[in-house]
Ligand binder design. Sequence first.
Ligand code: NAD
Length: 485
Amino acid sequence: MVLLDPSIWTGKIYVNGWRDGGAGTANATEPATGNTLGSYGVASVEDVRSAARAAAAAQKEWAERKPEERAAVLRRAGLLWEEHAEEIDTWISRETGSIAAKAALETHTAANECYDASALPALPAGEVLTSNSSRWSLARRRPAGVVSVIAPFNFPLILSIRAVAPALALGNAVLLKPDPRTAVCGGVALMRVFEEAGLPSGLLSLLPGGAEIGAAVVEAPEVRVIAFTGSTGAGRKIGETAGRLLKRAHLELGGNNAMIVLPGADLAKAASAAAFGSFMHQGQICMTTGRHIVHEDIYDEYVAALTEKAEHLPVGDPAGGQVALGPIIDENQLKKVNGIVQDAVAAGARLTAGGTSEALFYRPTVLADLTPDNPAWTQEIFGPVAPVMKFASIDEAVALANDSDYGLSLSILGDVGMAMAIADRVESGKVHINEQTVSDEPNAPFGGVKDSGNGSRVGGAAANMESFTEIQWLTMRPEIASYPF
Ligand code: NAD
């Protein structure tokens, strides 16, 4: 079976089956070549309304299913990601411009997200409480109801399945709104996997579209929880709407992640970690290393080693042979990246590598001698750019790392004792000692502080339970209680 057989989904959205979208169709485009890969359906606001009604109706029956039945669907979904990995990897590689290893990581993680989620239905669903009255008292977890999942373009599969799988496993229905640039691997692929895994109709709807459809899946009255991954600007708008409508919004947002390189760190290894952290997937990762804070004793050698790496990394179409970097997702994003690099140089940064592009292929770029007000230091670039600054004391390194609106991921390379003392003082959702900033596992609590997010984290059973269930307090007595009235 070809999982992504175009005859099934071409020109269609999914609401209780594949059907025409109210807003027509759009093309899936390959950023490396500009070629059209296929055509998917685009949802209208009316489609969102009918999907939300279908979800609310289907969710009741799904929540009553035996835990083992829900678990079985998730296990089958995990198997399907593995069985069809090669086919899906090719789509990821072509639609998102990923190198083969990044595409394979997405399908591998998708399978593991489903296997981990398959364990959720059998977990204890609450606690037995003590009570000052003569009664039984329970805090029991119930499905939240209908959950909307909105995902970005960069890791379209992981960033949607990490919410879709646990939400479904815990008895919810889901409205999925992928980014229009990656609607096939961030939408159609999930829909086909769950369709083949035997998920009952109505529980998962695929609603591709832009910000307007994103807003509609937030506002639909049946939706109780929103799991959003994307920019801080869009997250803020969603948070405002959710606050007004008294819905829960888990917002996983932008980052500008620091890597602190301590005196005495192994320079060759540090430069390799730095290049991976800044250039992997063209720097289009929320956890990308966006600020290199390097001790003055090793600063010059570090800049030279990173520049050397940047100059030698091959950039090109991932379909045409082994490359380290593929294309930027589109022209707008490329202009934004290059604009920040040009502004950074105008503000006094020293360009030691890159800063040039051909079509959508941007060369890995190193900017040295930054100052804290340089735009390449203060903004999330979301491109293959490594801005570097030097520090003299540990206090200064900590202050520089914390001087950011964001707080998602932080790396410290070098002496572990010194790194542990720094880890206690930094404002960051995650800290990686002797690793670069990009890291994620299905069972680890993932999320940021400050402008990087407000969620109760994704990943791990505790975070997923918190994100996708509501607690009901239930008390019981053998007979009706006596009252003084
Ligand atoms: P974006 O916010 O523009 O888009 C993300 C998704 O939100 C897309 O599906 C988009 O269509 C939708 N959207 C946009 N505006 C919306 C609105 N007003 N209401 C509802 N939906 C809306 O994000 P982007 O710039 O394309 O993606 C990159 C950003 O995502 C970066 O800032 C990156 O750091 C962040 N990101 C965060 C994480 C994380 O886990 N913290 C992971 C990956 C990416």
